[in-house]
Structures are given as C-alpha cells and as structure tokens.
Design a protein. Structure first.
Length: 304
C-alpha cells in the first residue's frame, strides 16, 4: 500500500469513501459500488459472462434467476401481466410496459438528430442508421448490406428459395409470413371464432376481439396529441405519423420515403411498371385504382 510521511513516521494511505463500509461492496473490475454483496455478485457476471441459471426445457442459460423465471413462461404459456385497457396478457412486465404505449401513445425514445420519437429503444437504434448510414447486416451470398436485420432476412429468401411458413391445413409453404396469413383465409373451416352479432368467423381469437369493436364502438387506443381514438392499435400508430411526420417506408430504388406502406406500394409501380388494374371493356391497364375508375367513366359516358 502507498504510505504518507507525517512527523518522521510512515502511515498507510487510506482512500476516502463516501460512507462507512462502501469499499466492501465495490467491483474490483470497474469500481462500481453496491449496497450489498448479492447485488455485487450479480453485477460481477456482467464482466465474467457467467450464466449459472439453466432452463430445464431448452438448455438456455441466464445470469439472473429473475430472467430465467421470465423465460420459463415462454415454455409454460403463463402470462400473469394483464393490460388494464384491453385485457391482453404478457409473460413479463417489460412486455406489458411496451404494449401499454400503444394505448398512451407514449414515445420516450427521441432521436437527437431529427427529434422523432419512438416507443421502443430498438426502433430508435434502427432509425438512427438513416442518419449515420450504417448498414451492419450483410448478405453472405451477394454482399448487399442492410440497416435492419429483418430486411436482410427478407432479402436472403431470394438466394435460398426457403419457404419456412407452412399451412397446417394443406401443407402449402410460403417464403413470407404475410403470404401465409393471406392464404389461411381461404380455409373457411379454420375460422373457429365466430362473432355472435353478425356471424362472421375468424381464425384467431384476437381477430374476433378486434372485430367486435365494430359493433360495440369501443375505441381503446387514444392519440395523446389530439385525443382522437381508434379501435385498432395499428390505426393509432398509423395516425400518429400525421403528428410526427415520420416516414418509415423507404423506396429501395430511389430513396423516397412515405408515411404509409400503401403509398410506398403505389410509388414502387413507377419503377416496376406494374399495372394491376385492368379495364374489362377495352383491356387498358393502370397502376392506380382511381385511374381505372376515371377511365371507366369514359365507357359509361359519364363526365370525369
């Protein structure tokens, strides 16, 4: 130990502490202090990488017992955390907290570059790559890079031809989950949940719950900016882009951005030349439905 000399004698130098006993629970790696030894031990694992808590179902390990307990619920199906607004349940409190932002409209994560706010920290991280130009996800086949992992996964299907999404009814496989979802609606027998008001049936219970708001008029999702309410969370999220100016849908060809996915799809037809709207009278084709309607008035003798 270092010493200090006082009146001709050497004394061991004592480092001052904020309060008595603080050094006893200090991390010897980074110096961070903890109120008790158990918290210090948990913190140490962030340096050592130790994960002593083992899941008996899948073998995954965790550094904290609380994290293991939360993970266990993915196997048991237990969801003890319920939303007081819509009764949806979750297996951990953090997932409930994230969900509740769809009701409150809270977006606590703000981009320092442009001021846009996000409800999830990972959404902010992904967004910031627009400013930095960072594209950390690279295709091992062709070298193309992407700013989001999901964009890379979607792209890789081009190379692999993989079709992971299989219909449980007929065995047909699809490369994208949304294509499978659309296909499932063709199996009417798979619609198990029926609305007692109108008799319409749905494949999933949450689809029925959302549909029933058409009859009840319930609109549990309220915009914190203007007070407008919506019956679906995705409608609230879409509406909030009016206030934030967020344009999350970007054209990969020219870089132009749009607030809504349907606007991007319409725009992309400029690049692809796709004309999905067909006139049954003369065979002319159009890239927008409204252009077809305007054209058909000519056949009907109506004024445009």
């Amino acid at each position: 130990k270092e010493t200090i000399r006082f009146e001709g004698r050497d004394f061991p130098q004592v480092q001052p502490t904020g309060r008595a006993g603080e050094n006893r629970n200090a991390c010897d790696v980074c110096g961070k202090h903890f109120k008790d030894e158990s918290n210090l031990k948990r913190h140490h694992r962030s340096h050592t990488g130790e994960k002593p808590y083992l899941c008996v179902y899948c073998g995954k390990t965790f550094s904290r017992n609380a994290n293991l307990a939360s993970h266990h619920r993915t196997h048991t199906g237990e969801k003890p955390y319920a939303c007081t607004r819509c009764s949806k349940t979750f297996c951990d409190k953090s997932s409930l907290n994230r969900h509740q932002r769809t009701h409150t409209g809270e977006r606590p994560y703000e981009c320092e570059a442009c001021g846009r706010c996000f409800d999830l920290s990972q959404s902010l991280i992904s967004h910031q790559r627009i400013h930095t130009g960072e594209r950390p996800y690279q295709c091992s086949e062709c070298g193309k890079t992407f700013n989001r992992s999901q964009n890379l996964r979607s792209h890789q299907i081009i190379h692999t031809g993989e079709k992971l999404h299989k219909c449980s009814e007929c065995g047909k496989s699809f490369s994208r989950s949304q294509n499978l979802t659309r296909h499932l609606s063709s199996h009417t027998d798979s619609k198990l949940y029926t609305c007692y008001e109108c008799g319409k049936s749905f494949r999933l219970s949450q689809y029925l719950i959302s549909h029933q708001r058409v009859h009840t008029g319930e609109k549990p999702y309220t915009c914190s900016q203007c007070g407008k309410s919506f019956n679906l969370s995705q409608n609230l999220i879409s509406h909030q882009r009016i206030h934030t100016g967020e344009k999350r849908y970007q054209c990969s060809e020219c870089g132009k951005s749009f607030s809504w996915s349907q606007d991007l799809l319409r725009h992309q037809r400029i690049h692809t030349g796709e004309q999905p709207y067909h006139c049954s009278e003369c065979g002319d084709r159009f890239n927008r439905r409204e252009n077809l309607i305007r054209h058909m008035r000519m056949h009907a003798g109506e004024s445009p």
